[in-house]
Design a protein around this ligand. Structure first.
Ligand code: AMP
Length: 249
C-alpha cells in the first residue's frame, strides 16, 4: 500500500512571531522555518506503517516556494521514499492546496493519505476535509490511533466528549492529532541519504489548478500585550479586587 503524506513549510513553532511594520503580513525575514508539527506526526505515522510492513512506499508532497524543498528533504530523511514539490510563490489557500492534492491522489492512487489536522501558521484545519470532499474518499480527522486491518483502517479520533473509534474502507484520508505518535529526529546519515532520494518538481499549471488567492489579507496585528499579574494576600482582597477593579462580580 502506498501512503501519501502532505507536509507544509511553516514558521518554526519556537519562533516568536513578528508583524511587519506596515501590518501587511507576518514578517518572515530571517525567520527559521520548519515542517508543520502535525505534518511531522503524519510523516512519522506513514514511516511506522512502512516499518511494520503495512505500507510499501511513502510519498511526501508539498505545495509552496522553492525553499519548501527543505521540508521535503526532512520528510525523506525521516523515512519517506520520494517527494513531489508543487512549486508556487503564491499564497496557496486550503482549497487550492486540496485541489492540487486531489490531482496527486488521482495520479498516485495511494491506499492512505495522511495530513496534519491543521497548519500552525494559518490554523485553518480544513485541507484534509476539503480533500475528502474533492476525492470522495472517507475521512477520519484528529486521529490519535491508526490501525490498518485488511481493506479497512480503524481510527481513534479525539473529539470533544472523549475518544471515538471509526472504521473506514481504504483508500481513505486521515488527519493527525498531537497524541498519535512522537516523531523521531532525523539522523545525520539519513539526512545525507535523503539528498539522493527522488524529488519531482511540478507546477500548479501541470495539474491545471489555479492557485492565485481569492482572499485579500487586509491587516495583521499582534495580540494585545498582557498586563502582569498580582499576588493577593487574602481571599477578601481577591474578592475586593474582582468587585472593584475587574468589576466582574
Ligand atoms: P490547514 O487545513 O491549512 O490547517 O492544513 C492542514 C494540513 O493540510 C497540513 O497539516 C498539511 O498536511 C496539509 N497542507 C496544508 N497546506 C499545505 C501545503 N501548502 N502543502 C502541503 N500540504 C499542506
Amino acid at each position: 500500500m502506498k501512503v501519501l503524506v502532505a507536509v507544509k513549510r511553516v514558521i518554526d513553532y519556537n519562533v516568536k512571531i513578528r508583524v511587519k511594520a506596515d501590518h501587511s503580513d507576518v514578517d518572515l525575514t530571517n525567520v527559521k522555518m520548519a515542517m508543520n508539527p502535525f505534518c511531522e506526526i503524519a510523516v512519522e505515522e506513514a514511516v511506522r506503517l512502512k516499518e511494520k510492513g503495512v505500507a510499501t512506499e511513502v510519498v511526501a508532497v508539498t505545495i509552496g516556494p522553492k525553499a519548501a524543498q527543505e521540508q521535503l528533504r526532512t520528510a525523506l530523511a525521516l523515512g519517506a521514499d520520494r517527494a513531489i514539490h508543487i512549486q508556487t510563490d503564491e499564497r496557496a489557500e486550503s482549497l487550492a492546496v486540496a485541489k492540487l492534492l486531489a490531482k496527486v491522489v488521482d495520479e498516485e492512487q495511494p491506499g492512505l493519505v495522511i495530513l496534519g489536522k491543521q497548519a500552525i501558521d494559518t490554523d485553518n484545519n480544513q485541507t484534509g476535509q476539503m480533500l475528502a470532499a474533492l476525492t470522495n474518499l472517507p475521512q477520519a480527522t484528529f486521529a490519535s490511533e491508526v490501525v490498518i486491518d485488511g481493506d479497512k483502517v480503524h481510527v481513534t479520533r479525539e473529539i470533544d466528549g472523549g475518544l471515538q473509534t471509526i472504521a473506514l474502507t481504504l483508500p481513505a484520508i486521515v488527519t493527525t492529532d498531537l497524541r498519535l505518535n512522537e516523531p523521531r529526529y532525523a539522523k545525520l546519515p539519513d539526512i545525507m541519504k535523503a539528498k539522493k532520494k527522488p524529488l519531482d518538481v511540478k507546477t500548479p499549471a501541470d495539474y491545471g489548478v489555479e492557485v492565485a488567492s481569492k482572499v485579500s489579507l487586509l491587516k495583521v496585528e499582534s495580540p494585545a500585550e498582557r498586563k502582569g499579574g498580582v499576588k493577593v494576600a487574602s481571599v477578601d482582597e481577591l474578592i475586593d479586587k474582582l468587585k472593584n477593579e475587574a468589576k466582574v462580580l
